[in-house]
Design a protein around this ligand. Structure first.
Ligand code: FAD
Ligand code: NDP
Length: 635
């Protein structure tokens, strides 16, 4: 039986229904799967030209055409993709024809597309490619644009909002796969007017200046200790101004490096504040808030990071400073009150006291919420031993000018009594809030975590809007750390554009608190381990005195190590905690052991490096449960 089909190019083709090669699932599914104008090809067509005309007819009259073979597993994969997307497709099974005809048709496909193999996929009259290309288009979202007919209509493949740790890493990675990438970054000044260059929080007002100031403070200790090693160091004096100038100069060199890096990687940099118009369009504004231009993108990355929280009490915004300001203060901070008791508060207290300032920390509840509390309290004790004063269970009520100083009034949460003192500087470290409001995300239905402005993402870092992704500090309940933002940003770009499959592993992320006695940890805190694995936990621990501090008994007996082991899994180590010098360096290495599933026996069988602090983890025998004193012996 023969019938005629009128194709868009007005070519009349005679086809044999016997030769129809569209897949034949149940007839009810046929209607759903196949677009209009199927039955467009005849085995009787002799010339390549005739075949090409027929192919073009198919392509012109069907949204999706798959040139396929019934036995080809990649063709099945491709069809599965469209089935799952509930998209109708027309499949022409080339192997339903005599072998020489199949080969001729593949020659024609080669002429038309440069690709001889199947599957050979077309969407909206455009050639997509084979299975890998279709999978890639699904991964990077262009498949949806092809289906919607908006493919290749955007200025950029990938627009990153936020030139910090996560944003820069992701933009550069995406660009390395040949994608057209833009990165928008603009720093809004702090309430005190502090602003900075490209690179985000870590480089400008976070990890980098913090670690350098921490080092400056430790050097002060080293100078004191040096007398025990025979040095005479007269005139121990520290210049805040010189330290700040040198650190800021260094940061400026990094800002410059980030800009040239983007240029080298061919990422277009906009020093602009971005706001969404719709899910593919941004309006850009300069630092004065004036409109600059509109740009469009296929995919977006939200990597806007966080900024310090300012409470409502009088004087908070206009008289207090935060981590946005402290690292570039022109004048020494003098007598300082720090409000807050987590990472930022305690690290800042540590370096300020180490540099010789009078420091008080006002604590609302506990130190270092979320960390092993046994160790958090030891950190508190050493800070106190270094001269930091603590005002426990108090919250501030007001800060007012008092001549050159600031008068602070606070309330005790225990008995309601009033606390009053004067300071030169009041430093707020009560948390950080994501920069996710006022940029149009609400209108796009990007979902936020309940009762917060942190963005909800799935395991692929994808928000509730298909082409918008998020990494770093803006993301719900993930660890707010630079390497976390970088890794999440890179992996995302690899998945989108580099055929990567790996997801971020949020387990076993190591971290260090850079207080004078540094604290590194990875895995569970003792409290969390007890909760997660009731009756299954064995804790090994040891107090020790680092050799380098033994002559003068610095931080006497405060250094400490703890391994939390899971009895039900042959004492697999699920928590590592170290309080002592060089905590970051030591924890980094042991984190790998935990990631690889090391057991307590593996630690026992490891030969220590003598004389080091890290070697205590190879010789721990005392369990907490035994109640025995946990003091390290000699060599
Ligand atoms: P960010 O690095 O904050 O970058 C976001 C960028 O986006 C910023 O430049 C911002 O101005 C810009 N932006 C925001 N909105 C827009 C918009 N609409 N348009 C254009 N641009 C916009 N982590 C560690 O791992 N180790 C440490 O020792 C450490 N110490 C820290 C110390 C301090 C004091 C602080 C504050 C943080 C510290 N952190 C540390 C945390 C670390 O800095 C952050 O986790 C990391 O910088 C987050 O990177 P991000 O890419 O998410 O955002
Ligand atoms: P956190 O959210 O970790 O801690 C906030 C602190 O402020 C808590 O002690 C909290 O007390 C207290 N607080 C909150 N609200 C008030 C209030 N209204 N009045 C008084 N106290 C209050 O914030 P941070 O700013 O310390 O750090 C933010 C993030 O930055 C960290 O989570 C970390 O990931 C990252 N960071 C990492 C560092 C590193 O890797 N070394 C260093 C510094 C920061 P309470 O416990 O009672 O809630």
């Amino acid at each position: 039986m023969q019938c005629a089909v009128l194709l868009s190019r007005n070519i009349i083709l005679f086809i044999s229904t016997l030769k129809v090669v569209a897949p034949r699932p149940s007839s009810s599914r046929l209607a759903r799967r196949f677009g209009s104008g199927n039955l467009t090809f005849s085995a009787k067509m002799e010339t390549n030209l005739e075949i090409e005309s027929a192919f073009r007819g198919l392509i012109d009259t069907n949204k999706i055409v798959i040139f396929s073979k019934t036995t080809c597993p990649f063709c099945k994969k491709v069809k599965n993709i469209f089935n799952q997307l509930q998209e109708n497709y027309h499949a022409l099974e080339l192997d339903n024809y005599p072998a020489e005809k199949t080969s001729q048709m593949q020659d024609v496909l080669k002429d038309m597309t440069g690709q001889r193999t199947v599957p050979n996929v077309f969407i909206n009259k455009q050639h997509v490619g084979g299975c890998t290309d279709t999978e890639q288009a699904l991964a990077d979202g262009t498949l949806f644009d092809r289906l919607e007919g908006t493919f290749n209509t955007y200025d950029y493949d990938y627009i990153v909002i936020g030139g910090g740790s996560g944003g820069l890493a992701s933009a550069k990675e995406a660009s390395s796969y040949g994608r057209k990438v833009a990165c928008c970054d603009l720093v809004l000044p702090s309430p005190q007017g502090t602003s900075w260059g490209l690179g985000g929080t870590c480089v400008n007002v976070g990890c980098i200046p913090k670690k350098l100031m921490h080092k400056a403070a430790l050097m002060g200790e080293d100078i004191e200790d040096s007398a025990y090693f025979g040095w005479t160091t007269d005139n121990k004096r520290h210049s805040w101004e010189e330290m700040v100038t040198n650190i800021q100069d260094y940061i400026k060199s990094l800002n410059f490096k980030y800009r040239t890096d983007l240029k080298k990687k061919e990422v277009t940099y906009y020093n602009a504040y971005a706001k969404f118009v719709d899910k593919h369009t941004l309006n850009l504004y300069n630092k004065e808030g004036n409109f600059m231009k509109t740009i469009t993108g296929q995919n977006f990355l939200l990597a806007m990071g966080c900024r310090p929280v300012y409470p409502d009490f009088p004087g908070a915004r206009d008289l207090c400073i935060s981590s946005d300001d402290v690292f570039s203060l022109k004048e020494p901070p003098g007598k300082t009150l720090i409000i807050g008791a987590s990472y930022i508060a305690l690290e800042t207290a540590g370096f300020l006291v180490g540099l010789g300032f009078d420091v008080t920390v006002m604590v609302r509840s506990i130190l270092l919420r979320g960390f092993d509390q046994d160790i958090a309290n030891k950190i508190g004790e050493t800070l106190e031993a270094h001269g930091v004063k603590f005002v426990p269970k108090h919250v501030p009520e007001s800060v007012t000018k008092n001549g050159e100083n600031l008068l602070v009034r606070a309330k005790s949460l225990s008995d309601g009594s009033e606390y009053i003192d004067t300071f030169k500087t009041v430093f707020l470290a009560i948390g950080r809030e994501p920069c996710t409001t006022g940029i149009g995300l609400e209108n796009l239905n990007v979902k936020f975590q309940e009762s917060s402005t942190r963005i909800e993402v799935n395991e692929f870092s994808q928000t509730s809007v298909r082409n918008i992704f998020a990494v770093g500090d803006v993301v719900e309940e993930k660890l707010q750390l630079t390497p976390v933002a970088i890794q999440a940003g890179k992996l995302l770009a690899k998945r989108l554009y580099g055929k990567g499959k790996a997801l971020f592993d949020y387990n076993h992320v190591p971290t260090t608190v850079f207080t004078p006695l540094e604290y590194g940890c990875v895995g569970y805190s003792e409290e969390d381990a007890m909760k997660k694995f009731p009756d299954q936990i064995e804790v090994y621990h040891l107090h020790f005195q680092p050799l380098e501090w033994d002559l003068n008994k610095r931080n006497k007996n405060k250094s400490y190590g703890k391994l939390i082991c899971l009895k039900s899994e042959q004492e697999r180590v699920v928590g590592f905690h170290y309080l002592g010098p060089n905590a970051g360096e030591i924890t980094q290495g042991f984190a790998l052991a935990l990631k690889l599933g090391a057991k307590k026996d593996d630690f026992n069988n490891l030969i220590g490096i003598h004389p080091t602090c890290a070697e205590i983890f190879t010789t721990m025998t005392i369990t907490k449960a035994s109640g025995k004193p946990a003091e390290a012996g000699g060599c």
